[in-house]
Design a binder for this molecule. Structure first.
Ligand code: SF4
Length: 325
């Protein structure tokens, strides 16, 4: 971790968080003993396949965990305050959310200006006229002509709608934005524009972002640090360049190897696949949850769950700082 970041107090600190799903008599772990920090002004990526617990972690931070799900243990500290049992006071004001589908966040029957004015005035004490001016500034900031403030959502393209959603997320001037697959529904060139926009806003405003994605390319493009999740647990965490260039955990190695590359010879090679699939909550294996898919699994892996070694990787073979080749 960079020295400057290490010396700063984290904006968000998650310690030993577990989220359970109550299913008849069973208690299933959707998030299992998860710990990580987010520092002011950084972009942290949460990556993993579907079912890894990424979105569930985002929901827990926002206090959007409802029965039959519940937080069974752990703490979420935001800006010095514990919020795991009551996030409603900061949800939408200090912490905003950007969803994959912009249509989920936008009311198709209302002009975007009205929706922005409402979002601003819900959290900031401003007259309607002041909020209207601020809405125009926000539109300009996300690259939309402020003269379109009276347009309806359906008159915008998918990429422009996502820009409106980003403006809505910025309206309350949050310190943290959770962006859940914000570019998955967009085509590649628009995706790059939205990622650039998020990076620029993060740098200019000092806002932190948790970027949830299954796409290692998006992680490489956008994030400062990355946390790799598997079956609700942290598999590996570190500076993005270090994790992607020298992945240590076998699951991270698999995700990196499975990322398509565009180079002269890539079309001749078969794309790597991690064998098997992410287990269902009801069938998370004992020991290291990744062991049925891991080429390096040994007897210990099948019995004992590995802790995070050297604040980096949860794998028994890495406990002495050794490498897996
Ligand atoms: Fe593979 Fe064992 Fe490491 Fe899990 S702990 S990733 S099964 S080697």
């Amino acid at each position: 971790m960079s020295k400057t970041r290490e010396m700063t107090a984290p904006l968000l600190e998650i310690s030993h968080l577990s989220v359970m799903l109550k299913k008849r008599r069973d208690r299933l772990k959707a998030v299992d003993d998860l710990s990580f920090k987010v520092y002011p002004g950084e972009i942290l990526g949460l990556v993993g396949e579907s079912g890894a617990g990424k979105s569930m972690t985002g929901s827990a931070i926002l206090g959007l965990i409802d029965p039959p799900l519940y937080i069974s243990s752990g703490e979420i500290i935001f800006d010095g305050n514990r919020i795991d049992q009551n996030a409603s006071s900061i949800r939408g004001s200090k912490i905003s959310m950007i969803f994959q589908d912009p249509l989920v966040s936008l009311n198709p029957l209302r002009k975007i200006g009205d929706q922005l004015v409402e979002a601003i005035r819900t959290h900031i004490n401003m007259s309607k006229a002041e909020a209207f001016d601020r809405a125009k500034t926000l539109l300009a900031e996300v690259g939309i002509d402020p003269r379109r403030i009276n347009a309806y959502p359906h008159t915008f393209s998918g990429g422009m709608r996502q820009r409106v959603v980003i403006a809505l997320a910025l309206a309350p001037e949050p310190s943290l934005i959770i962006a859940d697959e914000p570019t998955t529904a967009l085509d590649v060139s628009v995706q790059a524009q939205i990622l650039d926009l998020l990076k620029r806003l993060c740098r200019e405003r000092g806002t932190s972002i948790i970027l949830i994605t299954h796409d290692m390319g998006v992680i490489a493009e956008t994030t400062d640090r990355v946390a790799v999740l598997y079956a609700g647990r942290l598999a590996e965490i570190g500076e993005t360049a270090s994790v992607l260039n020298s992945p240590r955990h076998p699951y991270t190695k698999g995700l990196v190897a499975a990322t398509p590359r565009i180079d002269a010879d890539s079309y001749k090679k078969k794309l790597f696949q991690i064998p098997g699939a992410m287990p269902d909550l009801e069938q998370i294996p004992q020991g290291c949850a990744f062991h049925p898919r891991c080429d390096f699994a040994n007897a210990q892996c099948k019995i004992q769950q590995p802790p995070l070694f050297e604040d980096r990787s949860a794998c028994w073979l890495l406990k002495d700082g050794s490498e897996i080749s």
